[in-house]
Design a protein around this ligand. Structure first.
Ligand code: GLC
Length: 427
């Protein structure tokens, strides 16, 4: 009996040992670093499973948040340390130039990845460094105005606002009536927290007032009168007959803004195209009630949309480059790009998807959006852009928080950007 027991126990021991040993043996796994809303990450999980089924290559998803600045920090940590993971990752159009200039990205063409099928202007702007292809646009973003179609109709308006003053007038008329049923209801929600998204919104306000950040590529023109006026308008949205919530400058990033509108608590919303699919999801409280339009301008026809978007790249330090190339090819293939558009409402980087019948039927707005994206305003394409953005974030935020006037804050931003450029010896 005792012997039997011993025999049984040693069997169990051996079995556990084998399990432990095989478990410890590391599987060669590709790593893909990506951020986004929960539905986007879930979608990527599904895509990666199909990729593994097709190719036999295992991929681990390294999840990031939606916040571009935080995503950049995570990516820099890995690249600065020359770590082999992540092999593949997504970079924001705002800072892909800086990372490329650090020589941390693997040129792609020798792996049979080419540029022909993508928007040539975007490839030129963001995905080439010293004439070599270092990335591909997985999707293109542009700022859009979302509005409650049902409420516009209910309150007797024929269409969405074309100018910022129309937006204010409409909100001032609609909000008090809607608040009788919903005390949480606001006029306009937008990304006003101190992070990269604030700069995207600011660029839209400034450009649509006839201003902007730079004259050409190297001369900052931040404290010009058009920008001061635009910043005053942004401040007044929150403080003077407020139509934007008081936490606009403390909390509002993409997802906070989207949830606000999604839950039926706002008339107008500024967001990227990803919000469209979510607002129209089966369980969305605003399903079927939402319209999209170009953002208003300070004058009719002066709308401006910031160019955003995320680009897929391979790390120079990857130890699985051929497998990494297969993943990039898969995620940028026409069928997957079509899926991104159909399931997430994203705007593909591939041109052919915009002609696809099924895509156009599912998302008729895509045709008009193509126009918005063609005219989208890029953030300054300079390797030190992130420093410019940090300075602007600090001072625009101070003006929104009433810690400085628009004049004071833009004056300070102008001189700090000038100093920074001088200290880097940039001409
Ligand atoms: C979106 C855009 C990106 C931008 C970011 C700001 O992710 O695609 O370009 O920098 O929003 O929050």
């Amino acid at each position: 009996m005792k012997q039997k027991m011993l025999f049984f126990l040693s069997g169990v021991f051996l079995f556990v040992l084998v399990l432990l040993l095989t478990g410890c043996q590391e599987q060669p796994r590709l790593t893909f670093m990506v951020g986004g809303a929960p539905n986007e990450l879930a979608f990527f999980e599904g895509l990666l499973a199909s990729f593994t089924a097709e190719t036999g290559i295992e991929v681990a998803l390294i999840r990031q948040s939606t916040d571009s600045t935080q995503r950049k920090q995570g990516i820099l940590l890995a690249l600065r340390g020359h770590r082999p993971d992540p092999d593949v990752m997504l970079l924001d159009v705002a800072w892909i130039g800086q990372i490329a200039a650090s020589n941390w990205l693997e040129p792609l063409e020798s792996y049979g990845i080419n540029r022909e099928d993508y928007f040539a202007s975007i490839i030129k702007l963001a995905d080439t460094y010293e004439n070599r292809l270092i990335g591909l646009p997985l999707y293109i973003d542009g700022g859009l105005l979302y509005f409650r179609r049902d409420l516009l109709q209910k309150h007797g308006f024929a269409g969405p606002p074309q100018t910022w003053s129309e937006l204010r007038q409409m909100a001032e008329q609609i909000v008090p009536v809607e608040r009788e049923q919903n005390p949480n209801f606001w006029g306009y929600v937008w990304q006003g927290a101190q992070y990269e998204g604030l700069i995207c919104n600011t660029l839209e306000f400034f450009t649509s007032a006839g201003g902007g950040f730079f004259n050409g590529t190297a001369t900052p023109v931040i404290d010009q009168p058009a920008n001061i006026e635009a910043l005053r308008y942004m401040n007044e949205l929150i403080h003077k007959q407020p139509i934007s919530p008081p936490n606009t400058f403390t909390d509002m990033k993409e997802e906070e803004v989207r949830m606000h509108f999604h839950n039926g608590n706002a008339m107008f919303e500024r967001n990227w195209p990803y919000a469209w699919g979510l607002h129209n999801a089966v369980d969305s409280p605003v399903k079927g009630k939402v319209g999209i339009a170009p953002l208003p301008g300070f004058m009719t026809g002066k709308s401006a949309s910031t160019l955003g978007g995320w680009h897929i790249v391979m790390s120079k330090f990857s130890d699985k480059k051929p497998e990494a190339a297969s993943l990039i090819k898969y995620l940028t293939s026409a069928p997957v790009q079509k899926k991104l558009s159909l399931k997430l409402g994203w705007n593909p980087g591939r041109v052919d998807v915009y002609e696809d019948e099924e895509v156009l039927t599912a998302n008729p707005a895509l045709k008009d959006l193509k126009q918005v994206f063609n005219n989208a305003v890029p953030r300054p394409i300079i390797p030190y852009y992130s420093n410019v953005s940090q300075i602007l974030q600090k001072h625009v935020s101070a003006a929104l928080a009433n810690r400085a006037t628009p004049e004071e804050s833009l004056k300070k931003a102008q001189s700090e950007v000038q100093e920074m450029i001088k200290s880097y010896g940039i001409r």
